[in-house]
Design a protein around this ligand. Structure first.
Ligand code: PBG
Length: 427
């Protein structure tokens, strides 16, 4: 009950879900979080006898401090309520001698106020980045494996979705394009078409929402007729340096359109340094690089590849994405990305890779991002739809756990839904 009260005071609406342990911070720029359910009644100046018993202040008799003290010294002590009786345990509870424990950690967990006071991690809409799929169409096309996600029309559905996110304090997005098949080639040159889907969309969004932070994906897969993140040689080898050349042009084209953070997700070697140099050479010193530092060759990307129809036409991505069995290798990538000038280090996927998030957090001073990927999203959605888990609670817990592991920001398809929860909105 107290938890509910806290929640409604902070976020303006009572909710069925107890987020007391989540410790949500009020976000300054949340426009949708009006405390409409909380009425601030001015303190009454006079108190009647009935109220005095009910917990309000006791009626004043006009005595001075000295008179009050003298009365107590003389043994005339004002009444206060007795200590409540010890609550009874159920019949049959064994009589046990108290264990001689010097430390009982449950003491700090015994009330919502104490739990909130000692909560170590918090999460707010400001920590979330909302990945959005866009296409050339006017309608929004549902993505079968990702309930609630759509390929959004870049001039229609997308603009509305961004407005909804901003309403609850999510002002950062990352764009993933579905480009027409006819524009894909083996060298992915559409990736740096200044009038391509992504640059056009960036310009539109920046025109409407100048303070929106736009992250872009830097990789060739949406533009590659092979569905790979790099250029494929005839023997199937993914060319590294030639791909980096294309990625630099892609990043510059995105920056030119107004991207705030370019995010190489391709896992080619040396691309962060090369992209930094290319951006700087073109006058984009202010554009940040979020490097997919530790991106694993994961089966959790399945629904995403359906969303963009970006499954590799042959083979897999194991010659560039990391082996899920590897831990130390993430440190090699971290040191490279730091040296090459990355501004943010990203770990992907999220929940199955909490140890890697912690590893980066402990070994770098740079901000760490976690990507809660499509498969993680879909599993929670499916479990919720089948009533096997409480979708909303599992969603909030998974995001909190990513923060606890050390993520500063989280890329998540739940960004809008989670931010609405944090704002006390139920949809
Ligand atoms: C590709 C890219 C992928 C994702 C983001 N960028 C897929 C891949 O590497 O095949 C996956 C995101 C997700 O699964 O949510 N550049």
């Amino acid at each position: 009950m107290t938890a509910m009260t806290l929640n409604s005071v902070n976020f303006g609406a009572a909710k069925a879900v107890n987020f007391e342990y989540v410790g949500l911070k009020v976000h300054q720029n949340i426009t949708g979080a009006r405390p409409h359910s909380v009425k601030f009644v001015p303190r009454a100046l006079t108190v009647n006898a009935g109220e005095a018993q009910g917990g309000g202040p006791v009626k004043k008799l006009g005595k001075s401090d000295e008179e009050c003290e003298a009365a107590v010294v003389a043994g005339i002590v004002p009444e206060a309520p007795p200590v409540p009786p010890k609550p009874a345990a159920p019949a049959g509870t064994p009589l046990a001698t108290p264990l001689p424990l010097s430390r009982r950690p449950r003491r700090n967990r015994r009330s919502p106020v104490l739990r909130a006071a000692f909560q170590e991690t918090s999460i707010s809409p400001a920590n979330l980045v909302y990945p959005l799929f866009i296409h050339e169409g006017e309608e929004d096309t549902p993505i079968g494996a990702m309930p609630g996600c759509y390929r959004l029309g870049w001039r229609h559905g997308l603009v509305e979705e961004v407005a909804k996110a901003r309403d609850v304090g999510v002002n950062s997005i990352v764009l993933f394009p579905k480009v027409p098949d006819a524009l894909t080639t083996s060298t992915g040159d559409e990736a740096y078409n200044d009038n391509g889907l992504v640059p056009r969309t960036i310009r539109l969004l920046k025109d409407k929402y100048p303070d929106l932070i736009i992250y872009t994906d830097v990789a060739l897969d949406p533009y590659s007729s092979d569905g790979h993140d790099g250029i494929v040689r005839e023997d199937g080898v993914i060319l590294n340096d030639e791909t980096v050349h294309q990625l630099c042009k892609q990043a510059v084209s995105q920056a030119r359109a107004g991207a705030d953070v370019v995010s190489p997700s391709d896992m080619m070697d040396g691309r962060v340094g090369a992209i930094r140099a290319a951006l700087d050479a073109e006058g984009f010193q202010h554009v940040s690089i979020m490097s997919y530092t530790a991106k694993y060759a994961s089966s959790f990307y399945g629904p995403f590849r359906e969303a963009l129809d970006s499954n590799p036409r042959f083979g897999d991505k194991k010659t560039y994405q990391m082996n899920p069995a590897n831990y130390r290798e993430a440190l090699i990538e971290t040191h490279e990305d730091e040296a090459e000038g990355a501004d943010i280090l990203l770990v992907k996927p999220g929940l199955p890779y909490l140890d890697i998030i912690r590893l980066l957090r402990d070994n770098s001073s740079l901000p760490v991002a976690a990507y809660q990927v499509s498969g993680e999203y879909s599993m929670i959605k499916a479990g919720g739809a089948l009533k096997m888990i409480d979708e909303e609670r599992v969603m909030m817990e998974s995001l909190m756990c990513l923060r606890r592991a050390g993520a500063d920001i989280i890329l998540t398809y739940f960004a809008l839904q989670a931010a609405r929860c944090m704002c006390g909105e139920k949809r």
